[in-house]
Write a protein of this length. Structure first.
Length: 806
């Protein structure tokens, strides 16, 4: 479907209904009139959104909504540059030949300058070389007669010549705005398309929508095979009755840990499969809008009927009837949304889930992993290929551990000896607090199942946990991980711009939680972790890290003394922790042998696979690191990094792997001391097989009298920076909070603008939770550290609140 919206902001409701009822695979919109503040309430469920907003000016802009099953990925044409309002997306037609279709959406303003028009025409030439191509959009050539293929303007003739030169055909045959055919469907493969129709207008736009069919595109679309439990139809009462009659002691008698776990898992699977039906996960793609009422559906049908009547007789009366039906449809949508939000507001305290489900439906959703480029430059579009290349990349960062040296064999006495940390009551407590919204691990046991059956399964799990800890044997399922790729930043087709998040056994994580609590209690009792580590520690946070470190920097600057701060960045820190060295450090600080043996077995022989849309890569061994997404991983990382600051003379501050050094510089000896500390850190990294990302390690010179000397790390000169983002807060060389204040105000204002556009009701029960959960965090995160002192900064922050209360 193609439409010129002339502002999509007030037409999203109608577009939602159209997308839900018509199930179009491709929806192209010209003239979205979006800017950077429009990233809330713009998504359609089941579609991937691609957009290009007009730069530096109002209006204009284009976007494409593409069915996620078509595996869309953005494509950059060689001539795709400047301010041309177009974007290009590759989709998989899903047929047996696996062919691709390049889809372009374009908007050519009537007053486009010659250079931009030339760039657009060049893009069309390039697109024609990409095999099957579909180009849709508003091209604003009113003087072209598409029946005869002629034009009375030089620009129109040139456009026709380019279509002829590239063997392109234009398929729309009737006017789309008044008597002009401006909205076009262009292709170099006419056999691929059929049923091109000019429909009614989208909202109050003065352009008609254009629909078309891609022949046989839906038959072979891969829908995926992932299934999930339908808990709405679950019969937990029957499962509980079945589990309550089992004598677990008798069932487990004479069995080892692995056998006990498998007996438990198979028993649970037997009854869950019997009493909880499965549903295809991908059926959830096209969820009905929460506010869609019968009244709206009726008015939408009336609008379509009125348009058909007007199209048939072209009379003034039928046109007025169509305009009236259009207005009635718009009003029905607005009132349906308003009434829905009022109802949600009334129930916000008694049914908060409904409120947050509604809000989450409006948030900018994370996209699926798009096409990825292999090292040879080949573009991979199939989920299996993408899973394999990401799995190869994630595995490539692991390190091969060197032998333990002589000075790493000192073992301290066991201090962590506690007998009451693992009890059946504590297992029940952990099970009762399991987050049911989390995804299951490779064993397939859903957290909702564990929590619903917590009373019935706490005994067998306690027996398994106890046996696992005492024997040091970890079930194989607990050492497997399904890895979900999470996009960081940069180019989306580069595998290196994704980080792995491990989904592990939920039951295994319950035991990890119990063990973590025991280790944390030991750490607190013996003050094992240094005071400069603020990550994953009780009563410490990003805020305490920033305040304690920069308080000294600020005091020195006020006294007219120079300070040098080194910002250090470890490369793939969590993924490269060497296992034997980690175990050495655990034993050195006094962790008892049972705990060490269990952790040794937990990190030994681990395997992982990448999962994309229900498609799995092969299993690969995990030879280093602690899993990101595990419960016990962060505290193990803290223990591994704990001796980093030993022998360092400068002020060290650490949050997980984010490390910085600060030193007052009053003479050459201070410079030498700071450089010596950097050398020690380089030696530490070499000894413990950690690696600094030297491109991201920076030095910032504070103070007007700073001589700005050069520092090196591992023989590489560190780059100088005048501004760094430290734990999410912008720090500059003057220690001014002006940029941070303005940035926080801008982010909060952007979110507030999105809320105002996306929410129809200004009921206090709707707006107040939204403001508290989405706007205020931008203004309050670590604000005790960067609180504004200048009047202009205070005004900038207060303006946001005043706008919210208008």
């Amino acid at each position: 479907m193609l439409a010129n919206a002339r502002s999509l902001n007030n037409k999203m409701g109608e577009l939602e209904v159209i997308a839900y009822t018509k199930q179009y695979d491709i929806i192209g919109i010209a003239e979205t009139w979006w800017d950077k503040t429009h990233d809330w309430a713009v998504n359609l469920n089941g579609y991937t959104l691609f957009r290009k907003d007009r730069k530096h000016k109002k209006w204009g802009g284009v976007c494409l909504y593409v069915n996620q099953d078509l595996k869309p990925n953005i494509t950059q044409l060689e001539s795709d540059e400047g301010n041309v309002e177009s974007l290009w997306v590759n989709i998989s037609l899903g047929n047996k030949q696996g062919s691709q279709l390049l889809v372009g959406i374009c908007y050519k303003p009537p007053n486009i300058d010659n250079d931009e028009e030339e760039q657009l025409l060049e893009q069309i030439r390039k697109a024609a070389d990409h095999g099957s191509t579909l180009i849709i959009g508003d091209f604003n050539y009113p003087d072209i007669n598409w029946d005869s293929g002629t034009s009375n303007s030089a620009k129109g003739i040139r456009f026709l010549n380019i279509l002829n030169d590239t063997f392109m055909s234009q398929l729309v045959e009737t006017p789309t705005r008044e008597d002009n055919c401006l909205d076009l469907v262009i292709t170099n493969n006419v056999d691929l398309f059929s049923n091109i129709n000019v429909k009614e207008q989208l909202g109050n736009s003065d352009h008609n929508m254009v629909t078309f069919e891609i022949i046989n595109s839906r038959k072979h679309i891969h829908k995926g095979h992932a299934k999930t439990y339908n808990f709405k139809k679950a019969n937990f009462i029957k499962i509980k009755e079945a589990l309550n009659v089992i004598d677990w002691q008798k069932l487990f008698h004479g069995k080892n840990t692995e056998d006990k776990w498998n007996i438990f898992k198979l028993t649970l699977e037997k009854y869950t499969s019997q009493y909880i039906p499965l549903v295809n996960k991908y059926k959830r793609n096209r969820l009905k809008p929460m506010w869609l009422s019968r009244k709206v559906t009726k008015e939408m049908k009336n609008k379509m009927k009125a348009f058909k009547a007007f199209k048939f007789d072209k009379s003034e009366a039928s046109y007025k009837a169509y305009r009236a039906a259009n207005k009635a449809c718009k009003n029905a949508i607005r009132w349906a949304k308003l009434e829905n939000e009022k109802e949600i507001a009334k129930e916000s305290k008694t049914n908060p889930k409904r409120f947050f489900r509604y809000i989450n439906s409006k948030k900018n959703k994370s996209e699926n992993v798009g096409s990825l480029k292999s090292e040879s430059g080949l573009l991979l579009t199939e989920d299996q290929d993408k899973a394999e290349i990401l799995n190869d990349y994630f595995s490539s960062v692991f390190i091969k551990e060197k032998p333990i040296t002589g000075d790493m064999k000192f073992i301290n006495k066991n201090l962590l000896i506690q007998s009451d940390w693992l009890t059946q009551d504590k297992v029940l407590q952990k099970l009762n607090n399991v987050n049911v919204n989390k995804a299951p691990g490779p064993d397939g046991i859903h957290p909702r199942v564990l929590r619903e059956l917590c009373v019935e399964i706490c005994k067998p799990l306690f027996l398994i946990f106890q046996d696992s800890f005492l024997s040091g044997i970890v079930p194989e399922d607990w050492r497997k991980a399904d890895v979900v790729p999470m996009f960081k930043k940069g180019l989306k087709f580069v595998p290196g711009n994704y980080r792995p998040v491990s989904l592990t056994s939920v039951a295994g994580k319950v035991f990890e939680g119990l063990l973590r609590d025991n280790i944390q209690e030991f750490i607190g009792r013996y003050n094992v972790i240094g005071k400069n580590q603020h990550g994953f520690m009780k009563h410490r946070s990003c805020q305490t890290n920033l305040i304690t470190f920069y308080e000294e920097v600020s005091r020195s600057i006020d006294q007219g003394v120079a300070v040098d701060v080194i910002y250090l960045d470890f490369a793939k820190a969590f993924d490269t922790v060497p296992h034997k060295r980690l175990l050495f450090k655990l034993r050195k600080i006094g962790v008892d042998e049972n705990t060490c043996s269990w952790i040794e077995n937990w990190i030994k022989d681990r395997v992982q696979r990448v999962v994309i849309n229900g498609t799995f890569s092969r299993w690969t061994p995990v030879v280093s690191g602690v899993p990101q997404g595990s419960v016990i991983g962060p505290i193990l990382f803290n223990i591994f990094l704990n001796d980093l600051e030993i022998g360092i003379e400068s002020h060290v501050s650490v949050f997980a792997d984010d490390t910085k050094l600060g030193k007052v510089i009053q003479c050459e000896l201070d410079v030498t001391s700071l450089q010596r500390d950097l050398d020690k850190l380089g030696d530490w990294a070499l000894k413990w097989q950690m690696r600094f990302n030297l491109d991201k390690c920076k030095v910032m010179h504070f103070g007007v009298k700073n001589t700005q000397v050069i520092y090196t790390l591992n023989g590489t000169e560190l780059g100088k920076s005048k501004q760094e983002k430290d734990l999410g807060i912008i720090i500059d060389f003057k220690l001014s909070n002006n940029v941070q204040c303005q940035t926080a105000a801008a982010k909060a204002s952007k979110v507030l603008a999105c809320i105002k556009r996306g929410v129809h009701s200004w009921d206090e029960n709707i707006i107040l939770p939204l403001y508290k959960s989405m706007v205020r965090p931008h203004l309050e995160y670590a604000v005790q550290f960067w609180a504004p002192v200048l009047k202009k900064d205070i005004i900038a922050l207060e303006k946001v609140q005043r706008r919210a209360t208008k």
